[in-house]
Structure formats: structure tokens, C-alpha cells
Design a binder for this molecule. Structure first.
Ligand code: 6GU
Length: 251
């Protein structure tokens, strides 16, 4: 899979992509990330990428032309098919989730446009990008961190990037529930003990405990996820356990 990142700050990405599973994926040719400095697609002496907003208001707006030229140049080079996603990273986009990551992982090339400043000329969202994505409800100075988040979340889903031992199948959100607590040695640390059941060797009981703790965490920290589970995701036991958690009602 190939990512094209259009950014004013290509140097922000280097150290992150040169460590860990992303570095391994690049070495193994499972992943490539190409950077395109938006300033390289300007033609004036000052390499201008932003301008004042029509109608007034605070801040500067990223100009459309350098972004259109950058995408067209990449397309003309044959490294981005006309049918490949071109994603504008903006707080105004749809929210990135594991489901969106899975959808993006089905493409072989994706262009990510990192917005900066107070915004991007709307013609980019309307006539260049095929999709606009935000990574959550908070404000970042630009789309660079969002691009890194997307590259990592999507790359982990590509066959061979994450070893089968660390399979993402049980990750939080892949199951729609938060992951249960996990522990490693020692069994007692500063007087805090690993739950007895995990030392018991009773695999079926351990699995039941893990399921309950997943449900408990999700109920406490992310009750919104429980409302969005697909039909049939909860067993009768699960539903009874969640009812116990919500406490006795009408009493
Ligand atoms: Cl994609 N960009 C910016 N600037 N802020 C964000 C974001 C993106 N996603 C969440 N906050």
C-alpha cells in the first residue's frame, strides 16, 4: 500500500515512520509513504500557500491551486490512480474510526492532504478531495498528526504488517468492546495482586472473566459503544451482566 502525504511540514513525519512496525513494513515493501511539500507546487517568489479569507475573519486560508497541482502531478506520475481516495484532513470531516480504517485498508493508494492554519479553500473539499476526515473532537494546528494516526491504524490492518501473535483481531474496537485488563509477571507487585482467576489455568473461566471485564470497562468508560454493537453481539449472559452493572432499578 502506498500513501501520498501532502504537507507543508514533511520533516515532521520522519522519526515516527522510522521506528517500529511502520519501519518494518516499509523495509518489507508492504508499505510506502511518499511526501509532497505543498510549497513545491507554488510558482511565485515567496512560494505562497495561504491568503486572506474572502468576507474577512481571523487567520489565513490555504490556497486551492498548490493542492490541485500537487494531486494532479502525483496522478500524472502514475502513482495515484484516478479512483484512489484523496482525503482532506480537517476537523470538519467525518470521524475516523476502526471501521473507516478497515475501509481505507482496501485501497492500494491513498493521498492525504494535511490542512493547516484556520482552514483550506472549500474548493479542495468540493472538487479535489473524495473524502474529509477528522480524528476526533479537539483542535490540532494541522492535519499532520491526523495523517500519522491514519497511516498507522490502516497499516496495522495490512496482511503481514502486524505478526499473527499480535493479531489485531482482539484489539479494542475490532470487537466493538474495550479490551479487558491484562497483566504480566510478577503476580504480586507492591502489594497489588494479579486477579486470582488468571493464575488458575481454567481457560473457560478465564475467558468468561475477560468477557465480563471487557463489558464492565466499556459500560464505565464508553457506554456509547454498547449502543452501537451489531445485532447478536451480546449473549444472554452479557445482557444479564450489564443489567447487574446498571444496578437495581425501581427499588
Ligand atoms: Cl484532521 N485536523 C485538525 N487541524 N484538527 C483536528 C483534526 C484534523 N482532527 C481532529 N482535530
Amino acid at each position: 500500500m502506498r500513501f501520498h502525504v501532502l504537507t507543508l511540514f514533511p520533516e515532521m513525519f520522519a522519526s515516527y515512520l522510522c521506528e517500529g512496525i511502520l519501519a518494518r513494513a516499509k523495509e518489507g515493501k508492504l508499505l510506502s509513504v511518499n511526501f509532497h511539500d505543498i510549497r513545491d507546487y507554488t510558482h511565485d517568489r515567496h512560494r505562497t500557500v495561504d491568503d486572506y479569507p474572502y468576507g474577512g475573519g481571523p487567520g489565513m486560508v490555504m490556497k486551492a491551486a498548490p493542492l490541485f497541482e500537487a494531486v494532479e502531478t502525483i496522478r500524472d506520475s502514475g502513482e495515484l490512480a484516478g479512483s484512489s481516495p484523496v482525503i482532506l484532513l480537517t476537523p470538519q470531516g467525518r470521524t475516523f474510526t476502526q471501521v473507516v480504517a478497515e475501509e481505507l485498508a482496501s485501497h492500494s493508494e491513498i493521498a492525504l492532504i494535511c490542512g493547516r492554519y484556520e482552514g483550506v479553500d472549500e474548493r479542495v473539499a468540493d472538487h479535489l478531495a473524495t473524502d474529509s476526515i477528522s480524528i476526533g473532537d479537539y483542535v490540532l494546528g494541522g492535519g499532520e498528526l491526523a495523517a500519522m494516526v491514519i497511516i498507522e491504524a490502516v497499516s496495522r490492518l495490512l496482511p503481514g504488517v502486524v505478526g499473527s501473535a499480535e493479531s489485531p483481531a482482539n484489539d479494542s474496537f475490532t470487537t466493538g468492546l474495550l479490551q479487558h485488563p491484562i497483566y504480566t509477571r510478577p503476580a504480586s507487585f507492591r502489594g497489588r495482586n494479579v486477579p486470582e482467576i488468571l493464575l488458575s489455568g481454567h481457560h473457560a473461566e478465564i475467558a468468561r472473566w475477560q468477557r465480563r471485564e471487557s463489558l464492565r470497562r466499556t459500560f464505565l468508560n464508553r457506554p456509547d459503544l454498547l449502543d452501537r454493537l451489531p445485532d447478536g453481539a451480546l449473549s444472554e449472559y452479557d445482557i444479564r451482566f450489564l443489567e447487574e452493572l446498571s444496578g437495581p432499578r425501581n427499588s
